[in-house]
Design a protein around this ligand. Structure first.
Ligand code: HAM
Length: 427
């Protein structure tokens, strides 16, 4: 095979798309700062057990989508299929929750891997930007993470999406719901798909949000979680809804929203795109509360809440909804045009100037002045240095100020000081 191609479901980022992606990352990082979060970086692979224990033994992510392998030492390793589990593992291992007696607010971003059927907005290597508040019982923190997501979408000036929320209760409430669903769906076995039949015993909640079965009337009429919620759970969910209303944030309660990861309890939410470009893969960001995960992964008894943006989907949403092209920020201050035989002179001047912190563009293959001027214009250089034989014989170069259009000769020994002055005056 001589024509190498990237593995299916992966993306090469370059040019304008990469500039836009970095703009999204920078914007979210800035908003993370507004909300008082600090960054954490964890490995992109973990012991597979970390994901089995958190995301869930019977979840699609673990049963169908995980990239795992035995490493050369015989350990079962997995590329992370999401960010939360590794972050909690790291927080527990480094005892970060024991180091402060108030909640930890952390964010992370980077590549994530799931073996799924690729299509627009669905990749096998994609990127998440996630947030977690750890060691929090406060219901207001559920609201806070929803507000954070909303702030990101507002600052990016996006409009074509909506928010769905649900409360899936504690493990105790949910177990009662699961038992009721098992009994209810047993009467409809002949109308369930094979996938749903398999889920009937392992995870009947996933029948509710199944793409095909979820639309059938008997599934829509299945028992609802609200019948099984405790008084406190109902009260908290009511407060969340009232708070969103008073902040004028539109939302709808989707009683079938259960999420594909097993660690959630109580609040779950998704921001869903309304663009055709993301049809079928429309969740731009999603998350919820997890009251048992930290302890389940060997940490203290503490509760958490968080969410993650899928950056590929946010990028599609952003590029479709806005026509602003983010401008490249890698222009050079100084451009060197070399007109003499010996290209080493220009190379060494560029080396010297870069050492003094100037961004210098020098392309040795360009030997004609008109070509050099065109390139300097393209890179929006503020100063052009022309290296010509007569001047070099006197240890000088020609300096052309691109703002005033003045041209002077400068001794190479004074070059960096003159450049410093010229660029300062140009500002
Ligand atoms: P998730 O919903 O599985 O949640 O993934 C978060 C986001 O990643 C999705 O809403 C979607 O935008 C994006 N995403 C998922 N799969 C793909 C894919 N194959 N291609 C492109 N984008 C995708 C989580 O991962 C949780 N860890 C979120 C969380 C954080 N919950 C609490 N804290």
């Amino acid at each position: 095979m001589n024509n190498f191609q990237k593995p299916r479901g992966t993306i090469d980022y370059f040019g304008q798309e990469l500039t836009n992606l970095k703009f999204l990352e920078d914007t979210i990082k800035y908003i993370a700062h507004l909300y008082g979060y600090t960054e954490i970086r964890t490995p992109i692979f973990e012991h597979t057990e970390v994901f089995i224990r958190s995301v869930g033994q019977t979840s699609d992510i673990v049963t169908k989508e995980i990239y795992n392998f035995l490493d050369k030492g015989g350990r079962n390793i997995a590329l992370r299929p999401e960010g939360t589990a590794g972050v909690i593992r790291a927080v527990n291992e480094n005892k970060l929750l024991q180091k402060q007696n108030y909640p930890l607010r952390i964010y992370y971003y980077g590549p994530v891997f799931r073996y799924e059927r690729p299509q627009s907005g669905r990749a096998r290597q994609f990127h998440q930007f996630g947030f977690e508040i750890l060691n929090t019982k406060e219901m207001m923190d559920d609201l806070d993470v929803i507000l954070l997501s909303q702030t990101v979408l507002n600052i990016l000036k996006l409009k074509k999406y909506h928010l769905e929320i649900n409360c899936i209760g504690s493990i105790e409430s949910r177990n009662k719901w699961i038992e009721a669903l098992k009994i209810y769906f047993s009467d409809y076995k002949d109308q369930l798909s094979n996938d749903s039949l398999n889920r009937l015993n392992t995870n009947p909640l996933r029948i509710l949000d199944d793409k095909i079965d979820g639309a059938k009337d008997f599934v829509k009429n299945a028992p609802k979680i609200k019948t099984f919620l405790s008084k406190k759970e109902l009260q908290d969910f009511e407060i969340l809804q009232q708070s969103l209303k008073s902040l004028k944030i539109d939302f709808k309660v989707n009683e079938s929203l259960v999420r594909g990861l097993d660690y959630y309890t109580d609040t779950v939410f998704e921001f869903i795109s309304e663009l055709d470009e993301l049809k079928g893969q429309s969740t731009i960001c999603a998350g919820g509360r997890y009251n048992n995960l930290i302890h389940e992964l060997g940490g203290i008894e503490a509760q958490g809440v968080g969410f993650a943006f899928g950056l590929e989907r946010l990028l599609i949403q952003y590029q479709t909804e806005t026509s602003n092209n983010i401008i490249y920020d890698n222009n050079s201050e100084v451009c060197i045009i070399n007109l003499i035989e010996d290209t080493f002179v220009a190379e060494s001047i560029a080396y010297m100037l870069r050492g003094f912190n100037f961004s210098v563009y020098y392309e040795p293959s360009i030997k004609k002045i008109t070509q050099g001027f065109k390139l300097a214009e393209k890179r929006q250089a503020k100063v052009i240095l022309i290296i010509a034989q007569n001047e070099i014989n006197n240890n000088e170069v020609i300096l052309k100020n691109q703002i005033t259009m003045e041209q002077t000769k400068v001794n190479i020994n004074n070059l960096y000081k003159t450049l410093e002055k010229t660029l300062k005056n140009n500002d």
